[in-house]
Design a protein around this ligand. Structure first.
Ligand code: ADP
Ligand code: MG
Length: 326
């Protein structure tokens, strides 16, 4: 069954255009000029139940806007969105009880209250039974390891502890579809790892459908087999992570360790030198010729070790975004 189905979704924001300078400000006060900013520009995709999808793209690409349309916070300008068979913007209770949107940079916890109070509030809002509440809280608190902070004022918690509690607040009603918007932003590496394994676990245990946006390719690499890349409101890639390498990577990375120093000049013919010291070099070599280059180097130089790898996803993705920019 499809959990999410999006067809030709478009979301424009009407933006007031101001001309430069004081005169411009005055003029635009009386003659308001508007233009439509295309935040999401005719995107389509489908997501199966239980999929965990990485949704990536540079700042301003349209990720949050898409998630807001999917969770019913924004009305699409045009196109069709269906989540669990509901039209999100109708915001039916039955729909809201089955989904959750978590935004890393926004909080729903009450700042002056301990997290437990906010959880109880959500219990009421989502009409969770006492039994399910108790069961879910116990499970989530254990999974996220936060039992010691439940009764401490939110404002006194660390960012990581707070984010974990945000997640619990968002998951008390056991949503079947989860939109996670930059959940790991600003967290330290350990906490990012913690959260990642939690997301993975939640996905598995409840067969939950999850869309995750993140700045960190690490999140996506570890969690998602399918990735959608959005740029300027358009989906420019939808497929597996490995395929990104196949499709976009033009080079391989050759690392050679020499047993005797080799001059840099002698290596420049093979490709772009990324890193060099006398005994070690990293060269970006055209994909097609990487094997040939490797054997030539083996032949011509005193090689101790040689290694050919694909470039890191992070590098490729950064390259994709850069090359699309005008
Ligand atoms: N409420 C709004 N009014 C006007 N423009 C907006 C609004 N929200 C987002 N935008 C614009 O829409 C584009 C997409 O934003 P967003 O979806 O937040 O991107 P992302 O989450 O990928 O960083 C950006 O150009 C942003 O400035
Ligand atoms: Mg965003």
């Amino acid at each position: 069954m499809k959990s999410v189905s999006v067809k030709n979704l478009t979301k424009y924001f009407r933006v007031h255009q101001k001309e430069a300078g004081v005169a411009g400000s005055l003029k635009s006060l009386f003659h308001r000029k508007y233009y439509d900013s295309k935040a999401v520009d005719n995107i389509s995709f489908e997501i199966d139940e239980g999929e965990l999808i990485g949704f990536i793209g540079p700042n301003g690409a349209g990720k949050t806007t898409t998630l807001k349309c999917l969770s019913g916070l924004l009305h699409p300008t045009s196109g069709e969105v269906s989540v669990l068979g509901f039209k999100p913007f109708d915001r039916k209770n039955e729909f809201l009880r089955k989904i959750s949107l978590v935004m890393g940079q926004k909080n729903q916890l009450w700042w002056d209250l301990p997290p437990m109070e906010s959880f109880l509030l959500n219990k009421e809002i989502y009409q969770v039974s006492d039994r399910n509440f108790k069961k879910n809280i116990e499970e989530l608190v254990t999974l996220l390891d936060v039992k010691d902070v439940l009764n401490i004022q939110v404002r006194r918690l660390s960012l990581g502890q707070r984010m974990k509690c945000e997640l619990i607040a968002a998951l008390i009603h056991s949503p079947h579809v989860l939109f996670l918007d930059e959940p790991t932003i600003g967290l330290d590496v350990v906490m990012q790892k913690n959260l990642r394994s939690f997301i993975k676990e939640y996905n598995k245990r409840f067969n939950a459908t999850i869309i995750l946006t993140s700045h960190y390719m690490g999140d996506v690499e570890e969690l998602c087999s399918r990735v959608m890349i959005i740029d300027h409101g358009k989906i420019i890639y939808d497929g597996s992570l490995e395929q990104i390498i196949k499709k976009y990577a033009k080079n391989k990375l050759l690392t050679v360790i020499f047993s005797k120093a080799v001059e840099k000049e002698k290596l420049q013919q093979f490709g772009q030198i990324k890193e060099y010291d006398n005994l070690k070099v990293r060269i970006a070599v055209a994909k097609e010729s990487s094997n040939k280059v490797a054997s030539k180097i083996l032949n011509d130089f005193p090689v101790e070790d040689i290694n050919i790898e694909d470039p890191e996803i992070e590098t490729i993705v950064r390259f994709i975004f850069k090359s699309k920019k005008v």
